[in-house]
Ligand binder design. Sequence first.
Ligand SMILES: *Cc1c(COP(=O)(O)O)cnc(C)c1O
Length: 353
Amino acid sequence: MNYVRSPVASMKGYTPGFQPDPRERYIKVNSNENPFPPSPKVKAVLAKMNFEDLRLYPDPLSLELREKLGALYGFSPAEIICGNGSDEILNIIIRTFVQPGEMISFHEPTFPLYRILGILQNAALAPLPMAEPFLDPPFPPEECKVFFLANPNSPVGFFYPTALVRKFAERFRGILVVDEAYAEFARENSLALAHEFPNVIVVRTVSKSYSLAGVRLGYALGNQSLVAEMLKVKDPFNITRMTQELVAVALDDQEYLKRNVAEIIRIREGFTREITYLGYRVIPSQGNFIFPQPPEKGRGKKFYEGLLERKVLTRYYDVDGLRDGLRMTIGAEEEMKEVLQVLKDLLPQFWAK
Ligand SMILES: *Cc1c(COP(=O)(O)O)cnc(C)c1O
């Protein structure tokens, strides 16, 4: 007897970035984690967290967080839902809106989880392959139920202006999910579209910009009639007490967030300039990561291995459209100086003979 559902048995599952032994000294720029610690206010709350309270369930509706997020972005709590990372939010979206057999779509290359969640829901997948220069992306098919648009894109880092996302929203009759995991590092965002269009959901996370990937908190902003249905689908107590408390203070410290983000952008722009000068190709990034490509095409794997040998952990994707380079997170200034030196050392291998 086959115990496992066939879509599960035949798929590969999400491959997380390699997590090295913390005692080994790697420069870890493979998971788009933030190199800076979270706000010191988070540390203070963590230190005096109430041990006794751990026996109690958390607020199932994360109301304080939704109020804070609402005040920050100009939404009402009824237009916001919190999730155990934006990964859970994406999962809730699929389970709320997509019947088995209905179509979902996304550009490719993109964040690999959309495909996995679609397979698990027995959705019909209609990926839209994209090629450079990425300026004129294909629109979703008419009958598509949910379209996932990662903006800024991951893993390449390019960005669609809000005016273009607006065209998607205007033309598309299904639900447009704008995954803004990196929005804080970008020039513009689609929050206004989530207000204006009843079919636009913006998904955010504290993992990257707030340096809180370890606490797991993502959220979605959108029309309250959609959010009300999503609230029925989420796990009843999906956000732990600890997460609710820690994220609340992190959201209060907007000044720290802004400084942290400005610093990453400064390092990103400087590093991009330096390696472009060396001869690497970098598509301009609006995230906290870049996708550098050696001068010779198709050498992403060799590039990845060269970096790994020198203890720099990056992310290589063995899929169409991504074999020319690799994804590299923007780390702290000192780390990026070391990485720059490694890129200089590797370069002679990539000039075609
Ligand atoms: C990191 C990332 C996520 C997941 O974020 P979590 O909140 O940590 O689950 C979702 N979408 C994209 C595009 C990401 O890069």
